[in-house]
Design a protein around this ligand. Sequence first.
Ligand SMILES: [Mg+2]
Length: 171
Amino acid sequence: MALHRWLHPTHVFDRVHDVQPDWLAAHGLRALLLDADNTLVPRHAYHLDDETRAWIELLLSHQLRLAILSNSASPRQVAKMVADYDIPTLALARKPARSGFRRALQRLDVTPAETAMVGDQLFTDILGGNRMGLRTILVPPCSTNDFIVYRLFGRTLERPLLRRRLSEPRG
Ligand SMILES: [Mg+2]
């Protein structure tokens, strides 16, 4: 497969909080692997805001299985971030390598087909998730500086790909 196809998210959301239980159920998804830096929290600021906490609690109340899959070098901070919840964390995950994804799926006892990777980066979250056969959900980065880069490059990269995708049968 050409590289651009591996970098193509299955879905793009304007906000991570817009990924809602009814949408997940409609897509046959029971589990989410969540990136931490710039997806749930600004980079290196491992503190969930109230809106993100409410979103996580909503997903958990719908029996969705969640894991944090992060390339962060601060496993303890990542674990502390979600310490109030029954959410396994895998830091130092080395995305897009497949090993971290495999461990996360094992921890949640789910298959790739019923799982989506949610993240802000094409070359780690989306590439890795696609290689594992997961659904992939791209969201804008939390940090403003990175958001500008995303607007300039991420979206302009994706739009032609999305158009092409729509005109091609999936296969
Ligand atoms: Mg990230």
